[in-house]
Each structure stands twice: as C-alpha cells, then as structure tokens.
Design a protein around this ligand. Structure first.
Ligand SMILES: [Zn+2]
Length: 486
C-alpha cells in the first residue's frame, strides 16, 4: 500500500494538482471498558483501516477518503479528491498557498512498556473492578472506573517528498463517584489519569497511584456532602492541575487557534476575541504567564512527531511574560494570515494541523498547550501566601463566551483558605471572569513540583465534528480577586 500511495501522489501531480498528500491508516484500534457499581457497564473494541487524500488544485482543497485499500480503490478516491478541488477552485475567495517546510523521511513511535492490546480483557477488567470495589459506600448512588486505549499506525507521504510512519499509543482512564448531598442535590468526585511527561504510555500506568485514587476521592466526596456552600464573594483562587488544564484549554488554546481567529469556526463553536493586530503587543496575561504549543512533550496524546501537514513537531512560545506572540497554526493559515495582516505575523507553521482520522480534513488543533512552571514555590508555599482564598479542583461544568472572551466554570470541590491555612471543604464552588482580566490577575505560578501533564480526550471542533486527543502541562497557579460562588 505504501508504494501504491506514492504512485497515486505522482498520478495526482500529472493530473494537474499543485500538491497532494495521503494519510494511510494501516492500523487503527480503540478499546473502551467501563464499570458501574461493581459490574462491567460497557465494552467496545473498534478496528478499522483506511486512507484520506488531500489535493490542491488551482488554489483550492479537495479531499476524499476510502476504506478500499487496493490500487483501484485508491485511484478512485484520488479522482474524487481532485474533482472536488476542481469544483471548489471556482468558488474560493482566497487561493490556498502553503508555507515552506523541511522535507523529511522519518518515523515516530510512542514509548510504552506494556501494550494494552496484549493484556487480556480479564486483567484489564479486574484492574478496574479493584478500584470500583474501593469506591463503594452506603451514602453513594453510583461509582465506577473506566479505561480507553488507542493504537494507530499511519503512513504519510506527500508530493513534496516528506514521508513518515507514525506509531501511536494513547491511554486514558479514571474513576468517579456520585451521591446526593445534605440538600438532595447530586455531587460528584472523580479522578482522571494524568501522565508522567518523562514516562511511557502503556498499560503500566494503570498499576500506579496516578490511576488508583479511590481512597482519596471517596474521603473527599464524603466531606463535600455535608460541607457549607461557597459564598458569593471576590477572593484569590488556587487552580489545581485539572482546573488549570480546563482554563488553559478554553481561554488560551481555543482562543489562539489561527483558523478560529480568521473566522473559519464561527458557525460551529464560535470565534476568538483575538485579532491579527494583537500579535506582538497584546498583554494577554501578567508577566508571570508563559504559554506554549509544545508538540515535543514526551508521553502525551498531543505529541505525534509530525503533524498532518508533514511538519515536524515544534515547541512554540505563544505568550511570553504575558505578551501575545504566536498562535496554533498550520501551513495554509500562516500564509493567509500574513497576507491579511499585510505583515509577517507568523514565521512558519507551528506543526499543529491534525485530523481525527483518515476520513477527516486536517485543521488547526491544540497539541500540548502548556503553561511554564514558575518560581513562587511548591503547593504548601503557595497556600501560605494567601490571606483569603479558595483552592478549586476538577471541572464539573463549563460555559464559555462565543469568542472565548469570558467564562464561568463550576468545580467538583473547593477548600477555603484563611490566613495561609486550609480551613475546610466547600460545596458547589464556581468562579467566573473575563479571559484577559483573569490571566492578567495571575499572581503566583507554582514551581516544577506542581507541574503535571493532563491529557484531554474530548476536544471537539470542525464540521463535520472531529474529536481530538491532546495534553496540557500545567502548574498550580494563583489568581487574585476573582469572582466566586455565583
Ligand atoms: Zn476543546
């Protein structure tokens, strides 16, 4: 199939295409297992193969995909792609030009010790049931554990000469509990597997405390059920890694996707309050904020070696000491944005163009949108600096302005801080703010001991919708004078 792919690329250039690429999924497997109240709840195993062909003709994209992995099938798919490009070329407003890239022939492989697909279903289920059993309690209504595994082998080639094989292993897992509180309202406490950025992405992660946090979340939910509500007030908030990941995802990540900034996502998931004029000058956050789109972090679902434009992974500093510098970019969008801005806003693609699978067009997607750790101390030292505040953990619900300009997030648990001491759990904690005002209120950034790589497995974007897996490497952070409790 690899040789057929190369031949079809040549054929497309002979047919008048200015560029063509093929993504061939030689192996694409997903397995999901979940338990509920001590029993298996769901099991699914999906295996598929296929390829997607993208063609540039007269400044317009054409795309088609197929599961017929024969020469005839691939040629037919290529013909459909170029026919679509020819039809689109009559309607385009702006002829597509791709920024230059380094031509490479390479491989990328996730590192793992134990392949989850080689572990028996019985062993995987027993691993979940062990945790599930520890979660039960007479006050709880529902509890369970889950895991998901993704394994892919993708061959990519394009008409510029780049070729690679990408072998990916991605893992997800966690546990949750639900119960009615003293007012009869549902409360939830959960824990999702976070990753060791120096580690591996195999089943071995399920045998560590990074997965099994049953005892802790059980004790925390029992405290939540009878805890006082968090009063409406303004105070310092300490965001633990789960909340920092959501905050970063929604108000930095999505706001800085260049296709969204240019208006291509408006009809589905909204636009961005950022404009091209803002790059280089906008004070996005306080001087303690350094944010990056880093595709080079080890052991994250956001790290894939090369993106679906065939550009090698990069570590792009998007916000430096609070000033907006760069965005989440693809080859196509950087050229269009620079032309629209009439200046070079972006030097090159940041290697963040990805498709959910072979049957989708690649678009700008977050890889690892990370916040650099700071020098304001470890967790205990951060807490000791706060006179009146609340620690917030784990998203419960989230609502974001259509241009990512403001937000309202509710959390599973909060702990009040008074005069540098943690004084107790609060129920139904929430906070809200204006995105820029909030990031400019970043007061303290935790040190390396507080930094964790939080994977995200449910990022949706595009029409048709594409669900993407990525990561957020984030420290614990403190924001001053934030509206909480309403
Ligand atoms: Zn998202």
């Amino acid at each position: 199939m690899k040789e057929i792919s190369r031949e079809v690329i040549s054929e497309l250039i002979n047919m008048g295409a200015s560029y063509a690429d093929i993504r061939l999924h030689l192996r694409d497997e997903q397995e999901h297992i979940s338990t509920l109240n001590g029993s298996l709840k769901n099991y699914s195993l999906e295996t598929k193969k296929g390829l997607g062909i993208r063609v540039l003709f007269d400044g317009a994209w054409g795309f088609s995909s197929s599961e017929t992995l024969t020469k005839e099938g691939v040629l037919e798919c290529a013909k459909r792609a170029i026919d679509k490009a020819k039809a689109s070329s009559k309607l385009i407003r702006y002829p597509i030009v791709q920024s230059p890239k380094e031509i490479v022939k390479t491989t990328y492989k996730s590192s793992f010790e134990i392949d989850p697909f080689s572990v028996s279903l019985e062993e995987k289920l027993n691993c979940l049931l062990d945790v599930d059993r520890k979660l039960s309690h007479e006050r709880f209504d529902f509890w369970g554990a889950y895991c998901s595994f993704y394994k892919r082998e993708i061959f990519y080639c394009d008409s510029e000469g780049t070729e690679f094989v990408r072998s990916l292993m991605e893992i997800d897992g966690g546990q949750f509990i639900m119960a009615k509180d003293c007012d009869g309202l549902n409360q939830r406490r959960s824990h999702g597997l976070w990753l060791d950025s120096e580690g591996t992405s195999g089943f071995e992660n399920f045998k560590t405390e990074r997965f099994d946090q049953a005892q802790r979340i059980k004790e925390e939910l029992l405290q939540i059920l009878d805890a006082p509500l968090l009063d409406k007030s303004k105070m310092d908030v300490v965001l633990l890694n789960d909340m920092m990941a959501l905050q970063t995802h929604e108000t930095i990540g999505h706001a800085l996707e260049l296709d969204r900034i240019l208006g291509y996502e408006l009809s589905y998931a909204g636009g961005s309050h950022i404009s091209l004029e803002d790059f280089g000058t906008l004070k996005f956050g306080s001087s303690k904020l350094n944010a990056r789109a880093d595709g080079t972090v080890k052991n994250s679902p956001g790290s894939i070696g090369l993106d679906d434009d065939g550009v090698k992974a990069k570590n792009v500093l998007m916000i430096e000491k609070g000033i907006l510098k760069d965005a989440i970019t693809s080859r196509q969008m950087v050229v269009e944005a620079n032309a629209l801005a009439k200046r070079e806003v972006f030097k090159e693609s940041g290697a963040t163009c990805r498709a959910e699978s072979y049957n989708r067009m690649p678009i700008e997607r977050m890889n690892n949108i990370n916040i650099d750790f700071g020098s304001d101390g470890n967790f205990e030292e951060l807490i000791s600096k706060i006179d009146n505040g609340v620690i917030l953990d784990t998203p419960r619900s989230w609502s974001i302005g259509s241009n990512r300009e403001n937000f309202h997030f509710a959390c599973e648990i909060g702990w009040r801080i008074e005069k540098g001491q943690v004084t107790g759990v609060v129920r139904n904690p929430s906070y809200r703010g204006e995105s820029l005002e909030f990031w400019n209120a970043l007061k303290y950034v935790g040190d390396q001991s507080t930094w964790k790589l939080m994977p995200t497995f449910n990022c949706g974007k595009g029409q048709p919708n594409q669900i993407m897996r990525l990561g957020h490497g984030v420290p614990v952070c403190v924001f001053s004078n934030v509206q909480v409790g309403d």
